[in-house]
Design a protein around this ligand. Sequence first.
Ligand code: PHE
Length: 341
Amino acid sequence: MQSLQELLKTHEQDIQAFAPADATELESYRIKYLGAKGIVKQVFGEMKNVPVEQKKDAGQLLNAFKQLAEAKYEAFAHLQSSNKKADKAVDMTLPGTPLPTGTRHPLRMVENQIISIFEKIGFSVATGPEIEDDWHNFTSLNMPEHHPARDMQDTFYVSQNPDWVLRTHTSSVQARIMEQGHLPVRVICPGRVYRNETISARAHCFFHQCEGLYIDKNVSFADLKQTLYYFVTEMFGPDTKVRFRPSYFPFTEPSAEMDISCTVCGGSGCSLCKHTGWVEILGCGMVHPNMLRNFGIDPEVYSGFAFGMGVERITQIKYQVNDLRLYSQNDIRFLKQFQSI
Ligand code: PHE
C-alpha cells in the first residue's frame, strides 16, 4: 500500500505540472497515462499485490488517480477538437485568393509603342544621362550662353557644380551620339527630362521625351516629313492628317512644328484641340550645320534631321488623359485603365 502511494504521488506531480502546448503533446499524454498500455492501466494492475483488507482503500486511491489523469486530459481536450475543426476548414478544392497583377505605366507603354514604330524602319535606341553638362545640353546644340532656355527659371542647376544641369530635353543625347562619330546615325532616344515649372494639370517639373536623329549623306526635309508621317499613321491611324508649321530651334535649320488632325473630334473642334481641329505633337528640323561642325561632321557631305516629342503629350492625345499630374500620382484606379493596351 505504501509503495503504491509513493508511486501514485510521483505520477500525480507530473500530471499536475503537465501543460501541453499543442495537440501532439496532449496526444502523447493520453497514450502515456490513459492508453491501453498506459500508466493508469499499469497502476490498476498493482491491485493484485494489495492485501485483501487494504483493497478498498487502494481502490479509492487508484480511482482518484484515474480521475485526476482524465480531468487533466479533459481540460485540454479543446486543443484536439479545435485542431480537428481547423483541419476541416481547409477545403483544398476552393479556388485560391487571386493576387492583383500590376501593369506597365501608361507612359512606358506609349514609349514602347513609339520605339517599336521607329525600330521597324531601322532606328535603334540610345540613352544618355539625366544629369548633363552644359556642353551636351546647351552649348553644342547651338544654344550659346545668353540663350533664354538657360534661364534659372527654366533649368534646374546642380548646386555642387554650376556646369551641371538636369537635362532639359533629350537633344543632349543627340549631342552624345554625334560625339561618338559613327556614321550614319539612325537613333531614337527616349528619356526623362526636367524643367523648373510649377506643377499643374498642364505643366510638370519632369516629363518624358523621345528624340529622333538621322544623319547620312543626302538626307532631306522630304525624308523627315515622310518619316514623321509614317510615325503618325502607325500611332494614330491612317486617317490622321499632318501639317508642318515653320518654327525655330537653335539646333535645327530649317525648323518646324508638326500638328496632327485632332483625334478626338476629327477636326471639327473640341477642347483637346482648343477648337482649331489641330494638335501640336512635336518639334523637328534639319540638323544645324553648326551642330554638325561641333562634332567634326562635314555639313558639305552629311546632312540630317532631328525631332523631339513629348511622351505625355502623345499619351494625352491617344488616351485623352487631361491632367499631367495623374502620371506620377500612382493612383491604381488611373493606372489599371491601361491594363488591356
Ligand atoms: N528639344 C526640343 C524641345 O525640347 C525638341 C526638338 C528636338 C526640336 C529635335 C527639334 C529637333 O522642345
